[in-house]
Write a protein that binds this ligand. Structure first.
Ligand code: BGC
Length: 443
């Protein structure tokens, strides 16, 4: 066990992000924002959203589609102004289903199959007839926008591979699918990133909200640029911060990246997002096993990529039983490690904590970077609106973020509120659509 303890101490040193490192990261993040905004080389894409913060009075009955992970969500909702929103229908549809033998996220699926599926699901909840429903569409991948309803997919992230969508106008693809499927009474009004949705939802009722983020399957943040160079007006900018590159990788991160769908991209996301945290933990456990530091049975599934999910990590971290029953079950069922001693289970729990805490501290450093850029002296209140499964469900994650904000900002952190923007990516699409309608004088 002594050797395992030593290995853990080494891991702790490698994975801990100190306040000093966070401050340095925040400074280089702010510099990358400035460069990206000025069109200079930067790992931050700084994508204009062509939308600002809602005024608060936006109202109406709106359809929202939220596409960004392994499910697509379709909502019909009524906005009543000033944060009031009534969800009339909300349905989830999986984009892949082994039993039903479909996977619209695979390279074998085409863009039209994917968008026809989404259109069919919209048809299932929207009454046909004369009434025209504006559609707000959250599409949670890096898009170059030319207007609020014109968004071109730059490249897939989160290991999605559907063919023929990169480089295409994803708004047009959905509108065309709606028409192919005879849904003439739903009209695309806005395409937004999920971070934008999260921010819009919080800003609908909180005037201090100016940063939005997703800490879920993927990771990204956006912020309100007070004077955007394109319009000289306030505009939300999608940072695509998952691609931030000035984070130093351990050898585990480098291995994960090398085996990923797009090596060399999304460096921060691969260290911070739910899609990858389980895989990082698996890679570290298999390295410990290869060094003979764990009791490994012959039939282990330790070498199967992505066999550990972030839900498994949640179960590991939530376990406070004396014998670490959930850790033992997860190790046995997912990794085939059936004969671990309780000290080894404790080591698994500890290294999971290290990986999860590092994620929160890296993310907090980037938010501090945004604050360094928009309000370096922290002269006013800021709300950071967050949605996503890590933030909502991973034990200790939200608290870790709050602690990390204090560590990086010091007493100034008192000006910063982190706020769960529940279902923000979907509701935000509706707010975006209603904002566009209001601007067009139709609402
Ligand atoms: C995408 C972002 C998105 C984030 C959270 C990332 O992989 O590039 O556009 O906001 O995931 O869903």
């Amino acid at each position: 066990m002594e050797q395992l303890d030593r290995a853990l101490a080494k891991l702790e040193a490698e994975l801990t992000v100190s306040p000093q490192v966070m401050k340095a990261l925040a400074a280089s993040f702010a510099a990358a924002m400035t460069a990206g905004l000025a069109g200079k080389a930067s790992s931050l894409k700084m994508l204009p959203a062509f939308i600002g913060i809602p005024a608060g009075y936006e109202q109406g009955e709106v359809v929202a589609v939220d596409f960004g992970g392994t499910n697509v969500r379709v909502l019909l909702l009524t906005l009543a102004g000033w944060g009031r929103c009534n969800i009339l229908v909300k349905r989830f549809f999986p984009l892949k289903d082994k039993q039903k033998q479909y996977d619209y996220t695979a390279a074998t699926a085409s863009g039209s199959q994917l968008f026809d599926y989404i259109a069919e699901k919209i048809a299932e909840i929207i009454p046909r007839g004369e009434h025209i429903y504006p559609l707000g569409y959250t599409f949670s991948y890096p898009c170059r926008q030319y207007a609020v309803a014109e968004a071109e997919l730059i490249s897939w992230t989160k290991e999605i591979k559907t063919a023929g969508v990169e480089g295409q106008n994803v708004g047009q693809l959905l509108q065309a699918a709606l028409e192919r499927n005879g849904i003439g009474n739903v009209r695309l009004a806005a395409v937004i990133n999920d971070t934008t949705g999260t921010l819009l939802t919080a800003a609908y009722c909180d005037a201090a909200a100016d940063i939005g983020a997703i800490c879920g399957t993927g990771h990204n943040s956006c912020y309100l640029e007070p004077v955007h160079p394109l319009t000289k007006q306030p505009m939300i900018v999608n940072l695509e911060s998952g691609n931030f590159a000035a984070v130093s990788q351990t050898r585990y991160d480098a291995w994960l990246d090398k085996a990923s769908e797009k090596p060399g991209t999304q460096r921060l996301e691969k260290m911070a997002a739910g899609q990858y945290l389980g895989e990082l933990v698996r890679i570290i456990i298999s390295d410990l096993a290869a060094d003979g530091l764990l009791t490994v049975s012959a039939a282990d599934s330790l070498q199967v990529p992505y066999v550990l999910s972030s839900e498994d990590l949640s179960a590991i971290l939530a376990d406070s039983t004396a014998g670490l029953r959930s850790v033992a079950d997860t190790a046995a069922v997912r990794l085939g490690l059936c004969s671990l001693k309780v000290e080894e289970l404790a080591a698994l729990q500890q290294l999971t904590r290290l990986v999860v805490d590092r994620s929160a501290r890296l993310v907090a450093a980037t938010w501090a970077g945004v604050l360094y850029k928009i309000d370096p002296e922290l002269t006013r209140q800021h709300t950071i609106a967050v949605d996503g499964s890590l933030y909502e469900k991973m034990p200790g994650y939200a608290a870790g973020l709050a602690q990390a904000m204090e560590d990086v900002l010091g007493p100034g952190a008192g000006k910063i509120a982190l706020r769960l923007s529940k279902d923000g990516s979907g509701i935000g699409a509706a707010i975006a659509a209603a904002t566009v309608q209001a601007a067009d004088g139709k609402a």
